[in-house]
Design a protein around this ligand. Structure first.
Ligand code: PSU
Ligand code: MN
Length: 304
């Protein structure tokens, strides 16, 4: 038996066949500072509701997989210190030992599949880190996309990563990478990456149909939907490049490794941009929530 609890709202949506969108919790605990993390989590849920779907934020609490959190629980999680960052490798151990942890993209995809949810909105997936040829640091998010049937709506992979290598690994793993409304792969805080996306779609209905076709073909895995940040909120790549370079330099000289790398870099970039990176991050997550809700609505219109 999986120790899994649905919130009343998610439970109702499951019974009534309403569109559901999964949300992760690592972005709350490790991706944004208090109190903006709690405020963002609430706004993202509201955005999904406003676009006709029901949000299901995932977390592990006291050894139970929680699908949908009450507002007070979201707020408590956003303030909690030393919460574990759970991926595929440690989710079962956390559940089995009664632990508490936030779900990354990989762990949220696993939770979504268990809950029967086909769409998930986040900020940016993890990917191949710069210098991965030496560190071997490649996010488990990529592997998860190749094996778990969930469409992940992100603003691309985070620009702190090696984006060409991330695209290569996704291609090797057979993961469709779909840019929305433009030919270029977006780069999280910026719309441009200088890289052509392998696929482009302009309508949520196409994205929904493609996910169902994967299933019909018997192909495991999901899709990465790369949704560019709205132009009025982007930070140009020229402004970010030196900031990212400095943050990466500091991570290296301080010996930051493994799970700590991404949270460290996001927090340094926040400081170095005097908070501008966080404003962009919040806006791109809201934008992804809107698109994910539309895809979830389209999925309910397709034959199951
Ligand atoms: N999107 C954001 N901020 C984040 C993340 C996504 O806007 O902090 C998190 C996700 O949980 C993703 C993780 O899985 O960053 C990547 O971590 P790593 O590079 O250690 O795999
Ligand atoms: Mn890593």
């Amino acid at each position: 038996m999986i120790p899994m609890d649905f919130s009343p709202g998610v439970e109702r949506a499951r019974h009534e066949g309403l569109p559901l969108v999964a949300l992760e919790s690592t972005i709350i605990t490790h991706g944004m500072p208090w109190p903006r993390n709690a405020e963002t989590a609430r706004r993202v849920e509201a955005e999904i509701r406003a676009h006709g779907a029901v949000p299901a934020t995932m977390a592990v609490m006291d050894g139970r997989l929680r699908v949908g959190l009450a507002e007070a629980e979201l707020t408590a999680l956003a303030q909690a210190k030393d919460v574990a960052k759970l991926s595929r490798a440690d989710m079962a151990a956390c559940l089995a030992t009664g632990g508490t942890g936030a779900t990354t993209v990989a762990a949220t995809m696993i939770a979504a599949r268990l809950a029967g949810i086909e769409v998930f909105a986040t900020g940016g997936i993890g990917g191949v880190h710069r210098g991965a040829e030496l560190s071997f640091d490649i996010s488990a998010d990529l592997q998860e996309l190749s094996q778990t049937p969930v469409t992940v709506v992100a603003a691309g992979a985070k620009a702190i990563l090696d984006l060409p290598k991330t695209l290569e690994v996704l291609e090797t793993l057979g993961v469709p990478v779909i840019a929305v409304g433009q030919d270029e792969l977006p780069a999280f805080w910026s719309r441009a990456s200088g890289l052509k996306a392998p696929l482009r779609m302009d309508a949520p209905t196409q994205i929904a149909a493609a996910q169902r076709m994967r299933r019909a073909l018997g192909l495991p895995g999901g899709q990465l939907v790369a949704n560019p940040i709205p132009a009025e909120h982007e930070i140009s790549a020229d402004i970010l490049a030196p900031v990212i370079a400095q943050a990466l330099q500091e991570a290296q000289s301080q010996g930051i490794s493994a799970k700590a790398v991404t949270p460290f870099l996001l927090s340094r970039i926040f400081d170095l941009t005097e908070g501008r990176s966080l404003e962009a991050n919040i806006e791109l997550v809201l934008n992804n929530a809107r698109l994910a809700a539309r895809i979830a609505v389209e999925l309910t219109r397709l034959p199951a």
